[in-house]
Design a protein. Structure first.
Length: 372
């Protein structure tokens, strides 16, 4: 019995030794194929997760840290990443296109020759839903971004044209001025409606309105100069404004807010980027909310398309018919107008991609798909 027990123990030890060396062999054969720095960008901080994938297609999120969203934070982030990564494997910094808060970091990394990929927020949110994440935090968001970068073949970010960047700054500045002027005009109307208006107050409000008028005029001239100097932008503006009802300022705003549709690959992505994607709330058979647009996208795009859409509806028989059909379907004018806004924005994208000017019977002649 003792001899049998001794043999059994020897066999167990032998198997343990074999397993141990097999693990060493596997570890020695492991090669890191890709490293990703997933960054959840906020106004004041960067929540970072570092992940990697090996030749066995095993993914691992193995480090995380938070840095301030400023130049010192950028320097510390790069130093931290350098300490943890393997130099013989490629590294990609991945972040969402969150307003303007990601831009400074993207430019900084590009200046330092790091590979950067900027992803539309809807892509990350849809991917995150496939993960087993019970509680959504900045940390889990950065981990999801890192995993997304590891599993997907992402395009490397390129700096947007300087013209588009300058135009976006100017169109947003004009937007703020128009809002402030509207408030001033409403104030003026309220004061003039008083039983005994204060003349000094009225004078100051009118001066304020004149000041905003002057500023808007200056901004429009600056926009005009930039468009004329850049032939590519000038041609693009001409294409988009070939639709009767779409003015040059609307065309400039659409191009500026999308960086010339740089991150957009199809109409569905564009709709989501602008916040026109439909959101539905449904739970079993007892809870069912009305479908509505998410409004989680670029608000400047939606605002730029609002008034021109009604002009297009009045001037283009095709869109007038679409608008009328939608109203007859559900009876809600604003809902119909938003649907036309989306279709119109998608048409602008098609015109830009195909380099064709708009013809009134353009869509009825052919169905152009740019989803490849």
């Amino acid at each position: 019995m003792r001899s049998i027990s001794r043999i059994s123990n020897q066999e167990t030890n032998r198997r343990g030794v074999i397993t141990f060396y097999l693990k060493i062999l596997v570890m020695s054969d492991k090669q890191i194929l890709k490293q990703v720095v997933g960054i959840d960008v906020a106004q004041k901080e960067l929540v970072v997760s570092l992940g990697r994938i090996d030749n066995h297609l095993s993914t691992e999120i193995y480090a995380g840290k938070t840095f301030p969203n400023n130049e010192k934070g950028f320097i510390d982030l790069v130093a931290w990443v350098k300490k943890l990564i393997k130099e013989d494997a490629p590294v990609l910094f991945v972040m969402e296109a969150t307003g303007v808060y990601h831009e400074s970091l993207a430019y900084f990394l590009d200046d330092k020759s790091w590979n950067v990929s900027i992803v539309l927020p809807n892509k990350i949110s849809h991917y995150a839903k496939t993960l087993d994440i019970k509680t959504v935090t900045d940390k889990t968001a950065s981990q999801a971004i890192a995993r997304f970068g590891l599993e997907r073949q992402l395009e490397t970010w390129k700096r947007p044209k300087k013209s588009y960047k300058n135009l976006r700054q100017l169109t947003r500045e004009r937007n703020q001025i128009v809002e402030q002027r509207t408030m001033a005009k409403n104030h003026l109307h309220a004061e003039e409606s008083e039983a005994f208006p204060n003349k000094s107050t009225l004078k100051r409000i009118k001066k304020t309105i004149d000041f905003f008028d002057k500023q808007e005029s200056e901004i429009k001239k600056e926009i005009e100069v930039i468009v004329k100097k850049d032939q590519e932008v000038s041609e693009a503006v001409a294409l988009l404004s070939s639709i009767k009802g779409i003015g040059e300022l609307t065309a400039v705003t659409v191009l500026a807010e999308t960086n010339g549709f740089d991150l957009i690959r199809n109409s569905k992505q564009l709709a989501s980027y602008a916040g026109y994607d439909v959101k539905e709330k449904e739970s079993g058979t007892s809870v069912k909310g009305k479908p509505k647009i998410s409004k989680r996208g670029n608000k400047y795009l939606r605002k730029a398309m609002h008034l021109p859409t009604f002009s297009v509806i009045n001037n283009d028989p095709r869109y007038k018919a679409i608008y009328a059909r939608l109203i007859s379907k559900h009876g809600i004018k604003m809902k119909a107008a938003i649907a036309v806004q989306r279709k119109l924005l998608e048409l602008l994208y098609i015109l830009f991609k195909t380099k064709n000017k708009y013809e009134p019977d353009y869509l009825s002649k052919q169905e152009i798909l740019i989803n490849n």
